[in-house]
Ligand binder design. Structure first.
Ligand SMILES: [Zn+2]
Length: 321
């Protein structure tokens, strides 16, 4: 079976140690994932600053020369459509569940001006985060539900609305990179495939079963949450196809296991669950099998005086291949 294996870390965690671990473990891909949530916009700005530093660029080149592809994986929406525009253009933003326009999450994809602005900004971000293998991950806000409740948007499911938005973002990125491809993040209220809106050529599936039991295999039919996620996989692959299909799971996500609060907790990799899930994803034909691996950087090593289990992660995949 052929697939790429990768890990997503916070950009500031990319230390010389991390590069060495990634090379030793023969990872195919490192995803740089700025912190999401309320800080998503400023943490993306921090990444853009880092990309101006020679030391950081040298590190990226080191990874690339070692055959490790670097991708950028981020909740980009609050950067693409800054919240401060709410004062000038409240109609660009979403109608919340109480019927009020609000800049709290995402925006209103039924507003043509907002969509035109989004396309321009996506062009800009595509230039700033150009990626050699043309795979882009510019996600919406990191919320379980952030839909617009205006009458027009309510004609579409959350997945259809996300699809409308992604087609425009991809169009924007393609002004910078004509070969660009863009991920559809399937999780929470976008877990179901769209029904009304077709993906433009170049949209690929990124399946992130966040709402799962992390210590039982995803295919475990006795766990209701896992069953719900697992049952969606074939449907999503049918809809989006297998080209570039990416599983983005949480086996190594020590930020999640630390409750997204520093200091990082001591991390134990659940090897049996990882191995079962990885074999399952490979069996489905995912091209990329990846996990978040945040909070395992230099401060983790310093706090716990132990190396993160990146080799154990990789070995599990070597057993499948
Ligand atoms: Zn709307």
């Amino acid at each position: 079976m052929s697939f790429y294996k990768g890990l997503l870390i916070h950009p500031e965690e990319l230390s010389n140690d991390w590069i060495k671990w990634a090379v030793d473990a023969k990872l195919d891909m490192i995803g740089l994932h700025p912190v999401g949530g309320e800080e998503a916009c400023s943490s993306l700005d921090n990444l853009l600053q880092l990309l101006k530093s020679k030391e950081f660029l040298d590190n990226l080149n080191h990874l690339k020369k070692s055959g490790i592809q670097v991708e950028y994986c981020l909740h980009a929406l609050s950067w693409l459509l800054p919240r401060k525009l709410f004062e000038q253009h409240p109609e660009w933003f979403r109608v919340n569940e109480e019927g009020q326009r609000s800049p709290d999450k995402n925006f209103c994809p039924s507003n043509p001006e907002a969509m035109a602005f989004l396309e321009q900004q996506s062009h800009k971000l595509g230039e700033l985060l150009y990626t050699d293998n043309h795979r882009y991950h510019f996600w919406a806000d990191d919320v379980a539900s952030g839909r617009c409740c205006c009458p027009e948007c309510l004609n579409y499911s959350p997945s259809d609305n996300q699809m409308r938005v992604l087609n425009v973002i991809l169009k924007g990125i393609r002004h910078a990179d004509p070969k660009a491809k863009l991920s559809y993040l399937a999780y929470y209220d976008t877990l179901e495939p769209p029904e009304r809106v077709a993906p433009d050529d170049g949209i690929f599936l990124e399946f992130a079963p966040m709402d799962r039991d992390y210590h039982r295999p995803l295919a475990d039919g006795l766990i209701e949450k896992n069953k719900k996620q697992y049952q969606m996989i074939a449907k999503l692959l049918d809809f989006f196809g297998k080209g570039d299909a990416t599983a983005l799971d949480y086996w190594m996500d020590n930020s999640l296991f630390s409750g997204w609060k520093k200091p990082p907790a001591l991390f134990n990799l659940d090897v049996p669950v990882l191995c079962a899930d990885a074999a399952m994803y490979a069996g489905f034909g995912f091209e990329y099998i990846t996990s978040f691996a945040c909070y395992l950087g230099p401060d983790y090593v310093e706090t716990h005086n132990v190396m993160p289990p990146i080799k154990d992660f990789a070995e599990c995949f070597d057993k499948i291949k």
